[in-house]
Design a binder for this molecule. Structure first.
Ligand code: URA
Length: 210
């Protein structure tokens, strides 16, 4: 799409996303598909991680082997739906450090309010990947990234499953330095703030709460 927002057009991602969108897809199928897609999105979002080499011994001889440079990544889940993406990425990057941001929307001001915030130490030294499956208005994602920057994070990326154009625009305005990776950008948001055609409420669908 743009440098700021990458759409992962891989056939496996697109096929799995279509299965997830279907109203008849069960909770367990939805969760499994989310886990599989999260691996593929994580592959894309980590594509340009800085590399270095380390001397290792193979059974044959010593070699300079490529390894990822720097401190361990921080994965930050925006509660609660972010946890569905988080689980899958942790299977791929098991040594990553993990943080959580909990926000709710104040009924009167409609502004995101923080109810939980816990992140790893030394955020300024880590690549931070923020995960939330649905980038809708972008307000809570932008607020979460504000908080992470206040906590020291400097090098951030945002990973979602589905985005609305409104959310991508809001993020670009608030955080042009934070690239977005998503499986799709849909048509629009409806009056209730749901992505259309979307897949419904991602949290309810992954946790079976409706
Ligand atoms: N959050 C969801 O779970 N679904 C949407 O469509 C928008 C926000």
């Amino acid at each position: 799409m743009t440098d700021h927002c990458t759409i992962v057009n891989h056939p496996l991602v697109q096929h799995k996303l279509s299965l997830m969108r279907r109203v008849e897809t069960s909770t367990s199928e939805f969760r499994q598909l989310l886990r599989e897609i999260s691996h593929l999105l994580a592959y894309e979002i980590t594509r340009e991680l800085p590399m270095t080499t380390r001397t290792i011994e193979t059974p044959m001889q010593a070699m300079e082997a490529p390894v990822i440079e720097g401190k361990k990544l921080a994965l930050v889940s925006i509660l609660r739906a972010g946890n569905g993406l988080l689980d899958g990425i942790l299977e791929l990057i098991p040594s990553a450090r993990v943080g959580f941001v909990g926000l709710y929307r104040d009924h009167d001001t409609l502004k995101p309010v923080k109810y939980y915030f816990k992140v790893p130490a030394a955020m300024e030294d880590r690549l931070t990947i923020v995960v939330d499956p649905m980038l809708a208005t972008g307000n809570s994602s932008a607020a979460a990234i504000d908080m992470l920057k206040e906590a020291g994070a400097k090098n951030l990326r945002f990973m979602c499953l589905l985005a609305a154009p409104e959310g991508v625009a809001r993020m670009k305005e608030a955080h042009p330095d934070v690239p977005i990776v998503t499986a799709a950008v849909d048509s629009h948001l409806n009056d209730l703030g749901y992505i259309v055609p979307g897949l419904g409420d991602a949290g309810d669908r992954m946790f079976g709460t409706k």
